[in-house]
Design a protein around this ligand. Structure first.
Ligand code: GAR
Length: 206
């Protein structure tokens, strides 16, 4: 049916400010082709869980250390995705790597936000504050954020949107992280989610 929205799951591990940006932009109508139906946290302590609860969005915790293996971890996630009929997965500060076995089941149906301009400061070992530490250590004058599709290569999938952010004199990893979030991530992640949701809807209605 042409009017139906795409069912979205957001995967989180920490503070969940990107989840919050998605919730806010869904409310304000920037995201109109999809709806967040499920939040999955890899961390039982994540503040993101409180954000989901406040909005009454179903939230499930799947902690890797409670799983027998990577496959067991991914099978538990896959079962939830099936249960909630999820069509698009958004990695919003999700600090676990998903194997090819998982990503190949959702080609162009998983998006990730990364806090640098890919291909700089990305791939295995580059996550969270570490990305900004590396950017400052290198001395780049411009950094930013990237939203991309997720495939078997960490941070290697097709780029959907990027936004540049200036590095300022005296920046610390924390001040740079905040500027990249406010001026790039919280803007291009919701925009990308709408763009991809709209594309999926159009494909379904063909
Ligand atoms: C964000 O900066 C996100 O881009 C980054 O972690 C932070 C999570 O913050 N993700 C990665 O580094 C993934 N490689 P949040 O929990 O407040 O959204």
């Amino acid at each position: 049916m042409a009017s139906e929205k795409i069912n979205i799951a957001v995967f989180v591990s920490g503070g969940g400010t990107n989840l919050q940006a998605l919730i806010d932009k869904q409310k304000s109508g920037v995201i109109k082709s999809g709806e967040i139906k499920l939040v999955i946290s890899s961390n039982p302590e994540a503040y993101a869980i409180k954000r989901a609860n406040k909005e009454k969005i179903p939230c499930e915790v799947i902690s890797k250390k409670d799983c027998l293996s990577q496959s067991d971890f991914e099978d538990k996630i896959l079962a939830l995705l099936k249960k909630y009929n999820i069509e698009l997965i958004v990695l919003a500060g999700f600090m676990c790597i998903l194997s090819e076995r998982f990503t190949s089941k959702y080609p162009k149906r998983i998006v990730n936000v990364h806090p640098s301009l890919i291909p700089s400061f990305c791939g295995k070992g580059f996550y969270g504050l570490k990305v900004h530490e590396a950017a400052l250590a290198y001395g780049v004058k411009v950094t930013g954020a990237t939203v991309h599709f997720v495939n078997e290569i960490p941070d290697g999938g097709e780029i959907i949107m990027q936004k540049a952010v200036e590095v300022c004199e005296g920046d610390t990893p924390e001040t740079l992280q905040k500027r990249v979030m406010v001026n790039a991530e919280w803007i291009i992640l919701p925009q990308s989610v709408e763009k991809v949701s709209k594309q999926i809807k159009e494909l379904q209605n063909k």
